[in-house]
Design a protein around this ligand. Structure first.
Ligand code: M6R
Length: 582
């Protein structure tokens, strides 16, 4: 987690860093800080969110670094906020990631004075310890010493060089006329340039007048090609919306079409790989995990093929079943989730082929996969995943149809679904859901049920409500209620019923009736009205695409619950957008 950014050029660097940090804030918002360098290094740190701050008290400088923190090692204090300094205050470092061997490394720094509890602080001290080698060699040596996934950026009073290292955590160089940006994510500098170089693992970049790349393990220089990225800076902004979350929910009018706009021969090739593999695993975390779980059901129904869904953090338990004929489909919006990366590494050790569905080109998962399909949802900034989830679902559905040799039919279904979502996402629809939020926002418990592919969607709805509104929400397989959870139902307990117009409908409605009989306030998400529902939210009848349309009203409901309960829907407490720790 954490976001890091650096600038070297002729503009006022602190303003650029501050703007970039606001954009990176979704990666962590426990504290933030900036270091700028003219003849000396100057530091500014604060606890909490950057919020509306537009100016900080630092002298004008042409080089600066910044950091926004999601606390891992060390509590949320000003001392633990980055940047961190060497004893002589001449070396400043911002860092994203975890240094697994920092305690061991710290033992060799007995004569250094540490002021924080962080693992990061060892980096400036280790560089200082080796500064007699020169800044470049010292940073290179330190990069080789660190264990764990990291990225860090260094400025110093020893030279005007800006140096950045990637060792498992994302880092991208942005290049404009005579100015350079380095950041954890492209939107941080999208206002200034679309020309980028992705750093790969074990690479470092040194910016003197121009950038030079090295492999820090071998010391070899690396030549890189500049890539012009397609993201539009408006896509990465809130525009007319109050929050990224509602903007991204509304963008689902277009994102399904963008997700399925793929080279059909590629889709068919991947579908054939799934058909021919001796065991296919769908692997992801959180919302991406629920999408994989739904994918398992979709494959079973449409392609009559068994897929193994495994939560990424549990994947190592399946290593005994992996061979070079196994296939892994890894699903991740950010492409940086540590648990998913670790699952990929486990798979790779057994020669498993890895295909990923990602939203961020150049991300770690993109680099580690044999092949990646981009979901093309555009930047997703709100911590709660919405448009990425429906795009991932759309692609898995398309693959299932392709595996059944019905690709054209699947595509047609998804094009129709995209059109129905476009019609559905209007102000009147949102108002109807907001009225429901007003009825239930003071409740502490909420339950969601679904069957088949709508069962993982019930779990996904629970994640959405939990993470943004902090209400206790739990999803269940509809048939499981009577085996225990029904004891939780009291008079007026809100219960959401996800209904698909298929062979599961009858059973789900029976379970809904069981809830109503125990006094539940029943909320039907369904293409058709049923008298069991106390509140009905109509969704289009999208056939096999029902999991896609059924989660959208709950995304909107979560947003309004968060607002009514006075929480920030974009930056929920304790969370960060990409979870780059285990
Ligand atoms: O970037 P990823 O898709 O790999 O992220 C996985 C989860 O961390 C993510 O989906 C998380 O559960 C979201 N906050 C849910 O809205």
């Amino acid at each position: 987690m954490c976001g890091i950014i650096a600038y070297k050029g002729n503009k006022n660097s602190t303003n650029i860093i501050l703007n970039g940090l606001k954009i990176l804030e979704y990666r962590g918002y426990d504290s933030w800080g900036v270091a700028s360098k003219n003849d000396k290094i100057h530091i500014f740190k604060e606890i909490g969110k950057i919020g509306e701050i537009n100016k900080i008290n630092l002298p004008n400088a042409k080089i600066a670094i910044g950091h926004t923190r999601w606390a891992t090692t060390g509590s949320i204090t000003k001392e633990n906020a980055h940047p961190h300094l060497s004893c002589d205050n001449k070396i400043a470092v911002v860092h994203n990631g975890i240094i697994e061997n920092y305690e061991e490394l710290k033992k060799n720094l007995k004569n250094h004075r540490f002021v924080s509890e962080t693992d990061t602080e060892i980096i400036p001290h280790l560089i200082e310890e080796n500064i007699n080698l020169g800044l470049f060699e010292a940073v290179k040596k330190v990069a080789n010493l660190l264990e764990g996934r990291s990225a860090f950026i260094v400025i110093s009073e020893y030279s005007d060089d800006l140096i950045a290292v990637r060792k498992g955590a994302p880092l991208i160089l942005g290049i404009s006329n005579d100015e350079y940006f380095i950041a954890s994510d492209i939107p941080a500098f999208l206002d200034y340039t679309k020309n980028v170089n992705y750093l790969d693992d074990n690479e470092m970049v040194v910016i003197k007048d121009n950038p030079t790349f090295f492999n820090f393990e071998t010391g070899d220089e690396i030549k890189k090609r500049i890539i012009t990225i397609e993201w539009d800076k408006e896509q990465a902004r809130k525009g007319r919306y109050d929050h990224y979350l509602i903007k991204e929910i509304m963008e689902q009018k277009e994102t399904i079409n963008r997700a399925i706009n793929q080279d059909e021969s590629e889709i068919q090739k991947i579908a054939n790989e799934i058909n021919n593999a001796f065991g296919t695993f769908f692997v992801g975390c959180g919302t991406a995990g629920k999408v994989c779980h739904a994918g398992e059901y979709l494959y079973s129904k449409i392609a009559k093929k068994h897929i193994n869904f495994v939560v990424a953090s549990e994947f190592s338990n399946y290593k005994h079943f992996l061979t070079d004929k196994t296939l892994m489909i890894a699903v991740s919006q950010s492409g940086e989730t540590a648990d998913t990366i670790e699952a990929i590494e486990t798979a790779k050790k057994q020669n498993v082929k890895v295909i990923s569905l990602i939203n961020v080109k150049g991300s770690s998962i993109n680099q580690k996969s044999d092949y990646s399909l981009l979901i093309n949802a555009g930047p997703e900034k709100a911590v709660a995943s919405t448009k990425a989830a429906t795009s991932q679902l759309a692609l898995l559905l398309l693959l299932a149809y392709a595996s059944a040799n019905r690709l054209k039919e699947g595509k047609l279904l998804l094009i129709e679904t995209a059109g129905m979502i476009n019609d559905m996402l209007n102000l009147r629809y949102e108002e109807h859901i907001k009225r429901l939020a007003e009825r239930i926002y003071e409740n502490e418990h909420l339950y969601i049920i679904g069957k088949a592919a709508n069962y993982p969607m019930a779990l996904e709805c629970a994640i959405k409500i939990q993470e943004i509104s902090y209400m206790h929400a739990e999803g269940f397989a509809a048939g499981e209620l009577k085996h225990g959870p029904i004891a939780l139902i009291e008079k007026s307990t809100p219960c959401i019923i996800l209904v698909a117009n298929d062979e599961t409908k009858k059973d789900v409605l029976v379970n809904a009736q069981e809830l109503k009989t125990r006094g539940a306030y029943t909320i039907g998400i369904s293409p058709e009205y049923n008298k069991i529902f106390d509140y009905w939210i109509k969704v289009p009848d999208a056939g096999d695409a029902s999991p896609i349309v059924n989660i959208i009203p709950i995304q909107i409901l979560s947003y309004h619950l968060a607002l009514l309960r006075k929480h920030d829907p974009d930056l929920p407490r304790n969370l960060a957008k990409s979870v780059t720790v285990k």
